[in-house]
Every structure is written in structure tokens, then in C-alpha cells.
Design a protein around this ligand. Structure first.
Ligand code: FAD
Ligand code: NAP
Length: 520
């Protein structure tokens, strides 16, 4: 098994319960995955903490107390460490170990896994819990290798406190990570220059202390709340009304009410924001209005207004004091669309019209999402077929879980599954439980291999694309379509049909005797 984040830890727990010996490999020195690596200032979940947690253990749920509506990274990491301690999971994980290859041996029907520490493990099953946002992407800017100051990527942040005081800091990137880090860095940096390529829609988090009453309300009702989350992913106030069926006043009131409440609830103000451009335009214009209100300099406000993609089609950002930060004297916003970066020198970022001397460079420039971690491993299936060759024109698999020619290799939260479009804690639990049940089923029918059929895989790929094309998501140049990685094929990478429909589909497959899979 590769990875010891949310997915790897639960997989290990499940397999151990089933009496299956498991060896986990993790590049990091401890558990946590994303929450181990992302120690940048302001790193916080954007799904409410109570929902962004495991539901499989009543005891765990009862004993854990979240301090805030959206927990900060140290608390989520502490939670995952607590899970590892409580269930004694670390003893089956080799840390600081990178899996370099996983090769299927057709003669034995076993996977051979090799690591950078010289491990050579042979196993009947291989679970890739390697993360959908775990391979960081540094910007490919001429001269960056000559820069002499500190360069930090948000997704591989140093473990010591980073002191910005008295320093001129540059941040490249204004996605979810940049949006969280920028207001905090601005508070202590001598000067902060934000290099923005695409402005994003940022909804206020309105984070705050989770009081005893909110904690008790969740704990008392969690059975029903968790059951509902299994259908909808993130528990929100979902609207049954279309934006264009409301009067302009009704829309304004609804958007204002949800803006005041904070969080992802805003994108569910009406039921067609993700599917109807005109409906989406009303929500986008509302946000642009809030930006123009919050930012004092009208020229800066206009640069911060997203205009090139529908709201939510790049992941909506949840921030705290993001737009207000641009009112600070010590913050400069550079619009890379009008003045692109030409190069980075030993001590400055040079754009087409100016030179910005900086002491520290923060790259909030994202990830090679969904396929990156899988393709970084030399995974070979039948006839020596390399996964990255099979997926050259985009990932192909069945239910996002398994891919033809790679028997017994399970992928958690990978392409073709709801993955990063859902509350991932919910999606991960569904995947892990499906995989565990599948292995039990194989034991019961005395099967040693499972593999999807080609027609099932082809139909799933078509279905994933059809579902995506019913939405506005494909309109944006986002990591959801691989647009952030030069040369990556443009394919919509997540399943947009919703976690509820996806779960039903997975259950139907099982009820039909694993429809679309062959066993040997
Ligand atoms: P990860 O947590 O990414 O763990 C995968 C692990 O595999 C990593 O530790 C990595 O080191 C290891 N690994 C990968 N390749 C190898 C290899 N070859 N050898 C050895 N080890 C390897 N989702 C939400 O639903 N809500 C949120 O609020 C939210 N916030 C996020 C914030 C940030 C900053 C990021 C980056 C993502 C966020 N996500 C969020 C998405 C997040 O990816 C998931 O919620 C979840 O943490 C994924 O867990 P995972 O175990 O699948 O993967
Ligand atoms: P991201 O959304 O991919 O954002 C990367 C940013 O860097 C974008 O603004 C991008 O601009 C910019 N960029 C990339 N390369 C650049 C270059 N060469 N020059 C200039 N700008 C460049 O990455 P992220 O912010 O790390 O977030 C990734 C995902 O992780 C999120 O969508 C979310 O799912 C998850 N996440 C969640 C939270 C949370 O709130 N819980 C926090 C962080 C991350 P373009 O848009 O123009 O490409």
C-alpha cells in the first residue's frame, strides 16, 4: 500500500481487521498525507472539521473535539496522528520510503513493489492511496534555478517556523493555498508582492470557535448527519430553486445571506450554478460586487475580479480577509496577464515592465493532480504495459477504482471517481470500504485476481465525460482538466455525477455480482 494519509490509514485499519498482512510505504516521516506536507501559514480545511473526519469509529468520534468550524492544519495533523496511535497503525508503515515501482508478474499473479530503500515486497494486492494532490508543481519560470533566496512550495513547507518579518516576500499563485497564506504572510512581511495569473472567486470562511453546543449537536445527531453526508458529500443547505427562477431581489437576498454565513454554502444558493452559465453569471457578479466593496483601490479591485471562468469551475476558494489584505500598504498585486513574468534572477522577479526585489519566494502553484502520484511510480501491468503509457491520452479506468491490464491494483480517490470534487473524507471511506468488501468477496469465491472488463472501462470513461459536459466545469483552465501542467492531456479528471450517485453505482455493481469485473 502506498500512502499514509486519510486513505492509507483507514485502508490499513480495515485490512488489519480482516486479518490481512499489510505493508504500507510513505515518503513522509510520519502519517498525515496532505496535512503532513501542507504546513504553510493559514492552511485550513474548507469542509467543516466535524464532517472532514472519519465516521467508522464511534469511540473516535466521541473522544475527538474539534476546536474550530474549520480546523487549522496542525489540528488535522494531530487528529490523524491520534488515529494512528489509537489503532496502532504505524508499525505496518515504512516511513521516509518512496515506492519507485510496482510490477505485476503474470506468472505468479503477484505484484512486486520496490522502494528507494531497497525493499522488495511481493503481494497479491496493491492499493494506491498515494493522494490526488500530493505531487507539487513548481512554476517553470526561466532563471528560477538561479534564485538565491528561500523558495518554498506550500505543499512541501518547512517544519520550522518561517519568519517573514523584515523580509520582502513574493507569492506566486492565488488558488486555495495562496488565498489562505497571503493574508497571514502580509501581517508580518515587510512587503508582500502577489503575482497573480488568474483571479479566483473567494468566499469568506467566517471561521470561528466550535462551541460546546455545536460539538454536542454533531455528536448527538451524527448517525443521521453521517448518513446524509454519504449521499451528498458535504452537508450544505442545498437549494431546490434555479437562480433564474428567482427575482433579482430574491437572488441578492439569498446570496447576501449565504455570504454572511460563510463557506461553500454560497455555491449552493441555487441548484443550477454549476450547470447554467446565466445562473452562474448572477452568482459571479454578486462576488465581483463584494470584491469592489472590499478593496479600496478600484484598479486593484478590478484586477482581483475573476472574469474568465464560471464561479466554482476552478475550485471555489474559502478565505479569511483575503480581499481586505489588498488594502494594506505593504501589499502589491501584480497582474501577470498584462505584465507576465519574464525571468527570476538571483534576487528578484522580473516582469515585462518592472523588477520586484524579493528575499523569499512562496510558490502556491498547485499540483500534478490525480494522475501525478500514480504516474510518478513505474507501474507495470500485463505484458509490461506501463500505466503512464496506457494513460498517455488521459486516465482510463472503471469506477475510478481499477484499470484494465492492472489486476488487483486498487486506486483510492483517483481519476474517474468523485475524488477532490467531494468531501474527501466521505469519498475515501466509501472507496476503502468498497475495496475491503471486494477482497472479502474474492476470498469467499476463491478468486485470486480481479480486473475490470474493457467494455465496462470504456463505458465508464464515456460516462465520466458525459457527466462533466453537463456542467460548466470543463470551461475553466483548472487542475480538474490538467490545464496547470504543460503537456498534460485535457481530460476532465473527476466524476461530477455526485458522491451519492457514484455510491449507488458502486453498490449496483456489487449487487450484480461485480458487474463489469472479471475474476480468476
Ligand atoms: P494524501 O493525503 O495526499 O496522502 C498520500 C500520501 O502518499 C502522501 O503522504 C504522500 O507522501 C504519499 N505518497 C505518494 N506517492 C508515494 C510514493 N511513490 N511512495 C511513498 N509514498 C507516496 N479535501 C477535502 O475534502 N476538504 C478539505 O478541506 C481539503 N483541504 C485540502 C487542503 C490542501 C492544502 C490540500 C493539498 C488538499 C486538501 N483536500 C481537502 C484534498 C485532500 O487531498 C484530501 O482531503 C485528503 O487529505 C487526501 O488523503 P489521501 O490519503 O487520499 O492522500
Ligand atoms: P491551484 O488551485 O492549482 O492554484 C495554483 C495557483 O498558482 C493558480 O493561481 C495558478 O494560476 C498559479 N500558477 C501556477 N503556475 C504558475 C505559473 N507558472 N506562473 C504564475 N502562476 C502560476 O493550487 P492550490 O492553491 O495549491 O490548490 C490545489 C487544490 O488543493 C485546491 O483546489 C483544493 O482542492 C486543495 N486545497 C484546499 C484548501 C482548503 O481550503 N482546504 C487549501 C489548499 C488547497 P492559474 O489559475 O492561472 O493556473
Amino acid at each position: 500500500m502506498v500512502g499514509a494519509g486519510f486513505a492509507g490509514l483507514y485502508m490499513l485499519y480495515k485490512l488489519r481487521q480482516m486479518g490481512i498482512t499489510t505493508r504500507g510505504f510513505e515518503l513522509a516521516s510520519d502519517v498525515g498525507g496532505v496535512w503532513f506536507w501542507n504546513r504553510y501559514p493559514g492552511a485550513t480545511c474548507d469542509v467543516e472539521s466535524q464532517q472532514y473526519s472519519y465516521s467508522f469509529s464511534d469511540e473516535l468520534e466521541n473522544e475527538w473535539r474539534w476546536s474550530k468550524k474549520y480546523a487549522p492544519q496542525p489540528e488535522i495533523l494531530a487528529y490523524l496522528k491520534h488515529v494512528a496511535d489509537k489503532f496502532d497503525l504505524r508499525r505496518d508503515i515504512s516511513f521516509e520510503t518512496r515506492v519507485e515501482s510496482a510490477v505485476f508478474d503474470e506468472k505468479t499473479g503477484l505484484w512486486e513493489v520496490k522502494t528507494d530503500r531497497g525493499d522488495h515486497v511481493v503481494a497479491p494486492f496493491c492499493v494506491m492511496a498515494s493522494g490526488c494532490l500530493s505531487v507539487t508543481q513548481l512554476p517553470q519560470i526561466p532563471g528560477i534555478e538561479n534564485y538565491k533566496g528561500d523558495v518554498m512550495h506550500t505543499g512541501s513547507w518547512p517544519h520550522h517556523d518561517v519568519d517573514f518579518s523584515g523580509r520582502r516576500v513574493g507569492v506566486i499563485g492565488t488558488g486555495s493555498s495562496g488565498v489562505q497564506a497571503i493574508p497571514i504572510i502580509a501581517k508580518t512581511a515587510k512587503h508582500l508582492t502577489v503575482f497573480q495569473r488568474t483571479p479566483n472567486f473567494v468566499v469568506p470562511a467566517r471561521n470561528g470557535v466550535l462551541d460546546d453546543e455545536a460539538d454536542r449537536r454533531w455528536k448527538d445527531n451524527r448517525k443521521e448527519l453521517r448518513a446524509r453526508a454519504r449521499v451528498v458529500g458535504t452537508l450544505c443547505e442545498f437549494s431546490t430553486k434555479g437562480a433564474l427562477d428567482a427575482t433579482p431581489e430574491e437572488r441578492e437576498n439569498e446570496y447576501s445571506r449565504r455570504w454572511a454565513g460563510g463557506g461553500v454554502n454560497f455555491v449552493h444558493s441555487f441548484n443550477n450554478i454549476y450547470t447554467n452559465q446565466a445562473a452562474n453569471d448572477t452568482a459571479a457578479e454578486f462576488v465581483r460586487g463584494r470584491i469592489r466593496e472590499a478593496v479600496k483601490d478600484p484598479a486593484v479591485a478590478e484586477r482581483l475580479c475573476p472574469k474568465d471562468h464560471p464561479l466554482g469551475t476552478k475550485r471555489i476558494c474559502i478565505g479569511s480577509d483575503y480581499y481586505e489584505t489588498y488594502n494594506r500598504e505593504n501589499v502589491t498585486l501584480v497582474d501577470l496577464r498584462s505584465t507576465p513574468i519574464k525571468e527570476i534572477t538571483k534576487d528578484a522577479v522580473v516582469t515585462s515592465d518592472a523588477t520586484y526585489p524579493i528575499d523569499m519566494l512562496v510558490c502556491a502553484t498547485g499540483y500534478d493532480a490525480l494522475t501525478g502520484a500514480l504516474e510518478a511510480i513505474d507501474i507495470r501491468g500485463r505484458n509490461g504495459l506501463a500505466l503512464k503509457d496506457k494513460w498517455k491520452a488521459g486516465p482510463r479506468n472503471y469506477l475510478g477504482l481499477m484499470t484494465v491490464d492492472f489486476p488487483n491494483m486498487f486506486i483510492v480517490a483517483g481519476p474517474g471517481s468523485p475524488s477532490a470534487l467531494a468531501n474527501m473524507a466521505v469519498g475515501i471511506e466509501q472507496h476503502i470500504e468498497w475495496i475491503a468488501d471486494c477482497i472479502v468477496h474474492m476470498q469467499e469465491r476463491n478468486a485470486s485476481l480481479i480486473e475490470p472488463t474493457k467494455p465496462a472501462e470504456d463505458q465508464w470513461v464515456v460516462h465520466v465525460n458525459e457527466e462533466a459536459n453537463k456542467t460548466l466545469f470543463p470551461k475553466a483552465n483548472s487542475w480538474y482538466v490538467g490545464a496547470n501542467i504543460p503537456g498534460k492531456p485535457r481530460v476532465f479528471l473527476c466524476y461530477t455525477g455526485g458522491i451519492g450517485r457514484y455510491r449507488v453505482k458502486c453498490e449496483e455493481v456489487v449487487a450484480g455480482g461485480y458487474t463489469g469485473f472479471d475474476f480468476q
